[in-house]
Design a protein around this ligand. Structure first.
Ligand SMILES: O=C(CO)[C@H](O)[C@H](O)COP(=O)(O)O
Length: 160
């Protein structure tokens, strides 16, 4: 949800059948009660950070309460923007602190940029333009999935 006052829309999304409610950390000074509310409404809670927000803004307490952490790799607003590689170290930092958490990337992700995201530890991918503009979208989806699967297996092997 790219909205201010994200707490206002939790019930509407739950009532509409939502299963995940992801909101921007920058949009609130009090994220924990929102996460609690999302869980009370039986949805998973995601916390997103924009490109200029450091990963350390996601405190251990927030991350442990959330189900998913989203590192935006473009400025929120529209599809088709250029992937901001400078955001990738935030994925690695979050993955190092939270080995078992879902970590998502969103923005400019496609065949040319998936490797760095997957290697940094992202296991949930949002891709728009790279899929919708592809001649064979299913092949792009398969590539994104397999790249993440291979990287996740490598990361798990290193941890073992
Ligand atoms: O909504 C977005 C930004 O606000 C997303 O980045 C977008 O939906 C993903 O599209 P693309 O893969 O074209 O960056």
């Amino acid at each position: 949800m790219m909205v201010s006052q994200p707490e206002k829309w939790v019930d509407d999304i739950a009532d509409a059948g939502g299963s995940l409610y992801c909101f921007h950390l920058e949009a609130t000074s009090d994220p924990l009660p929102i996460i609690d509310h999302i869980h009370e409404r039986k949805m998973k809670a995601g916390v997103a950070i924009s490109p200029d927000t450091p990963s350390t803004a996601v405190t251990d307490e927030i991350a442990e309460a959330a189900d998913m952490l989203l590192v935006m790799t473009v400025y929120p607003g529209r599809g088709g923007q250029k992937f901001l590689e400078r955001c990738v170290p935030k994925v690695a930092e979050l993955r190092a602190r939270f080995p078992d958490k879902d970590i998502e990337v969103d923005g400019g992700v496609g065949p040319k940029t998936i490797d760095v995201c997957a290697d940094a530890g992202s296991n949930v991918i949002v891709a728009g333009t790279a899929i919708f503009n592809a001649e064979e979208p299913e092949k792009v989806i398969a590539l994104l999935k397999s790249t993440v699967d291979v990287a996740q297996a490598k990361i798990a092997a290193k941890r073992a």
